[in-house]
Design a protein around this ligand. Structure first.
Ligand code: HEM
Length: 408
């Protein structure tokens, strides 16, 4: 495995040549051909810590659950400052909040939204999600086919997101277009155009909530206090924008992965339906195991201090990335990790990372996915991928099939 990007960046002198493997996560042909086969190969065949260079520069890659677990919890060594790959205009800097804030300040920002994203807060959305799921199914069920992403995978989380944020449902399709433009444009112009529209919309929404407060997310951010002062314009903007980036693509990429597997594995699909009928509570374990199998993203940090781990000497300033999908295939934690097994002893999956920065939307995402599965499988128990479909993946930090045409 090798990438062109690898040639464009200098490898630091302290990195031993035997630990350099340019695997090209999110961009190499091997990754794009079959990302989860690629993650399995990494987990099985590569050293637990190695150095690789991608289009965003070089970083240590962690493949073991224990090392990622430490990275996510040890703020003394691992910092979130500069941990995200998103480019910004140096003339107009701002932070993505809360992901780029280190403890102890980090908690102060999250506390503002705890009442909404806590399990109790999210549980109140159960009925809304179920109704929406059924409305979306109503639109396609009689057609006998759909493109899953546009029909269900995207509109479901986007509608819920708008509800939570306190933004109008009439924006649903526009938001879907923006999310796709921002996260999946093949051209810089496409990405910049979507970004410009999102920025303008968020700024206007912030101004509107400043004048007319409510109890939804954008308003809570705008009126939220940190150390007794109100958040400034840039903080509110960086917080709302990060929610947009974190909360949409991740859910539909995860659902696309899961529905592809369900479409291709009728026996396992029927097993889930039988479990759901016999014991609806089993759907939590089903959702958790599917989330383990299809982690869609990664976690980046930078080292504050020199660190030796598994005999590998890393230096302050080095970037580190935990390859969460490979960490979820660590057989020291999950025996036969490539088998989908709903009866596993529950261990902490890393799909939502962990530690203080663990995904703020994890309870929401779990609920959306579980209800999304339940309602779909009740009404469309038998479905398959349309014949002739070539499943395609695009480069990017969120992994899932681009399109998923289904028929039933
Ligand atoms: C299946 C869907 C999702 C997955 C797989 C996912 C994954 C993740 C991961 C891995 C992180 C940690 C990143 C790191 O430590 O570097 C994270 C953080 C975060 N996620 Fe999610 N996410 C999902 C859905 C959501 C949703 C629906 C929302 C909100 C509406 C959300 C909001 C956030 C926020 C705000 C953070 C930053 C937390 C912090 O820094 O304290 N995510 N997510």
């Amino acid at each position: 495995m090798a990438t062109q990007a690898a040639q464009a960046f200098q490898i630091p002198d302290h990195v031993p040549p035997e630990l350099v493997h340019h695997v090209g996560i999110t961009e190499s042909p091997e990754f794009l051909a079959d990302p989860y086969a690629f993650f399995k190969k990494l987990a099985q065949d590569y050293p637990p810590i190695f150095y690789s260079v991608g289009s965003h520069g070089g970083s240590w890659h962690f493949l073991k659950h224990a090392d990622a677990f430490r990275m996510l919890r040890d703020a003394e060594y691992f910092s979130n400052e500069g941990g995200t790959p998103f480019p910004r205009d140096p003339a107009d800097p701002f932070k993505f909040i809360p992901i780029e804030i280190d403890p102890p300040d980090h908690r102060k920002y999250r506390a503002i939204l705890d009442p909404i994203f806590s399990p109790q807060g999210i549980q109140q959305l159960d009925e809304t999600i179920r109704r929406l799921a059924n409305d979306l199914i109503d639109e396609v069920i009689d057609k006998g086919e759909c493109e899953f992403t546009t029909a269900y995978g995207r509109p479901l989380p986007v509608s819920i997101f708008l509800d939570l944020m306190g933004l109008p449902q009439s924006m649903r399709d526009t938001f879907v277009d923006w999310a796709v433009g921002l996260l999946h444009s093949t051209t810089r112009e496409g990405m910049a155009a979507a970004f410009g529209q999102i920025v303008a919309y968020i700024k206007q929404a912030i101004a509107e909530k400043r004048a007319n407060p409510d109890d939804k997310v954008v308003s809570r951010i705008v009126h939220g206090e940190i150390d007794g002062r109100q958040m400034d314009e840039k903080e509110s903007f960086g917080f709302v924008l990060f929610l947009f980036i974190a909360g949409l693509d991740t859910v539909f990429a995860t659902m696309n992965n899961m529905w592809l597997w369900l479409a291709e594995n009728p026996d396992r699909r029927h097993e889930i339906i039988a479990r759901m009928t016999a014991n609806p509570g089993d759907m939590n374990a089903v959702t958790e195991e599917l989330l383990r199998m299809w982690a869609v993203t990664f976690s980046g940090r930078s080292l504050r201090k020199d660190l030796e781990l598994r005999g590998v000497k890393m230096k302050a300033g080095d970037k580190v990335m935990s390859v969460l999908p490979s960490c979820n295939f660590d057989e020291e934690i999950w025996p036969s990790p490539l088998t989908v097994d709903f009866d596993r002893v529950r261990k902490p999956i890393l799909s939502f990372a962990g530690g203080v920065h663990s995904c703020m939307g994890a309870h929401l995402a779990r609920l959306e996915i579980r209800i999304g599965l339940e309602e779909w499988l009740k009404r469309i128990p038998d479905f398959s991928v349309k014949p002739g479909t070539e499943i395609e993946y695009r480069p990017g930090g969120v992994v899932g099939p681009e399109y998923l045409p289904l028929e039933w």
